[in-house]
Ligand binder design. Structure first.
Ligand code: SF4
Ligand code: SF4
Length: 215
């Protein structure tokens, strides 16, 4: 979702591309799980996040929704996000204060403390400087940090999903309530509730769903 913040106030003032190096490395998060606690409904999931969770945990979207996810409304659009549970912590945080689903964690968790800024039909990265509780010492290439295979396809997908959602949120402002409700139901059904075939490539399935959505 879009946030109305002055990027220069919260970042080091630079814009990064996927092949750039940024000061991201922190020796060990031990004793800290601040970025997995008290996040409210801010960790929104995109369809690839749900595919990763379905594949990694062997659960359907509806099963995930009963324990680990919830639905949020922002700018008129309903999307799933991580649920905060006991102690206001993410339900995937284990007793040792570690992420129990690290290989399958959502894109926002992979990105942190980076953010994305969308311009000219694509995006750049920026480094949030006030969010992590430990000093970031070593430089790491951004695409290595995000740790997602097939990175060029992933970035292209991220742009397509972002601008499609932006289109919907722009239209939502003027849409009659009943129509908006139907759009939300279709969006959820098409991109989240209808299970992905996790033995098959995600991006092909996403493109097929997007083609029907935009037809
Ligand atoms: S999914 Fe893992 S990394 Fe993300 S907020 Fe939950 S515990 Fe933290
Ligand atoms: S706030 Fe920083 S140090 Fe703390 S868990 Fe998150 S990444 Fe690690």
């Amino acid at each position: 979702m879009n946030r109305n913040v002055d990027i220069d106030q919260i970042s080091d003032g630079k814009r990064y591309d996927a092949n750039d190096m940024a000061k991201l490395g922190v020796d060990d998060c031990s004793g800290c799980h601040a970025c997995c606690t008290g996040m409210g409904d801010s960790i929104t999931l995109d369809p690839y996040d749900v595919y990763r969770l379905e594949k990694g945990l062997g659960k359907t979207f509806e099963e995930l929704l009963t324990e680990n996810l919830e639905l949020r409304v922002a700018d008129g659009v309903i999307l799933p996000c991580l649920k905060m549970g006991a102690g206001d912590a993410c339900t995937f945080l284990n007793d040792e204060g570690r992420c129990s689903i690290h290989p399958h964690r959502p894109g926002i968790c992979r990105l942190f403390p980076l953010g994305r800024i969308y311009e000219n039909d694509t995006h750049k990265y920026f480094l949030q400087i006030h969010e992590c509780h430990k000093e970031r010492q070593t430089k790491i290439k951004i695409k290595k940090w995000i740790d997602t295979p097939d990175f060029a396809r992933y970035e292209s997908y991220i742009d397509k999903w972002h601008y499609s959602l932006k289109n919907i949120t722009d239209c939502a402002k003027e849409m009659p309530q009943e129509q908006l409700k139907q759009v939300n139901m279709m969006l959820l059904q098409r991109f989240y509730i209808a299970d992905y075939d996790t033995t098959q490539d995600f991006y092909t399935q996403f493109e097929e769903r997007m083609a029907v959505w935009t037809a």
